[in-house]
Design a protein around this ligand. Structure first.
Ligand SMILES: [Fe+2]
Length: 188
């Protein structure tokens, strides 16, 4: 768990990183640890600190989604990290929390989670020890842009950012292809 910002004074924001169960599996109370930690940290943050940001660094999407619900209305932004794969579930909840299960990796996407695919495939198909060198192709920056009312701490919008993505294969072409495949009159 890491924290930034302050518990008082003029600073408006507070950043917290909550580590999920994968990092806490040796603790006897691991099932509730991220949730109890979030409660404890939020209790310590001064009321005048309105913009509260939580990095949910967890393996399981279920755990991040649950944490998002747990912090609904109590954080301005809850964003997931760790899986390296961006998710398409960015939303602002009715209670004013911007949420996404994973912002994705900033790094080479022509890879296996940033490592050279040939090296990872060699290891996975032979079980031989193989150095996982960092890949170099298709480098992208991923993240989110969230707008927050700093007087209330409530989020008003969230959108994914993905810089460096190669020109997509025409989505219309794919849809048209699917239509042609499934039904001649155009319905999928
Ligand atoms: Fe991680």
């Amino acid at each position: 768990m890491t924290e930034g910002g302050t518990r008082g004074g003029p600073v408006l924001s507070h950043l917290t990183s909550i580590v999920g169960r994968r990092g806490e599996s040796t603790r006897p109370n691991f099932d509730i640890f991220p949730f109890a930690t979030a409660d404890r940290i939020l209790k310590d943050v001064a009321p005048q600190v309105k913009v509260r940001i939580c990095d949910a660094h967890c393996e399981a999407s279920s755990e991040k989604i649950a944490l998002g619900h747990f912090l609904d209305g109590r954080c301005s932004l809850v964003f997931g990290t760790h899986t390296h794969i961006p998710t398409a579930d960015a939303k602002v909840t009715p209670a004013g929390t911007a949420y996404i299960s994973d912002v994705g990796m900033t790094g080479p996407y022509d890879s296996v989670l940033g490592r050279r695919k040939d090296r990872v495939l060699h290891h996975m198909t032979t079980a031989l020890p193989t150095p996982f060198d960092v890949a170099t192709n298709d480098i992208r920056l991923c993240g989110v842009l969230a707008e927050v009312d700093e007087t209330t701490g409530k989020a008003t919008s969230i959108e994914r950012i993905e810089i460096g993505k190669p020109a997509a294969v025409g989505i219309r072409t794919i849809v048209a292809g699917l239509r042609g495949y499934f039904c001649e009159d155009g319905c999928i």
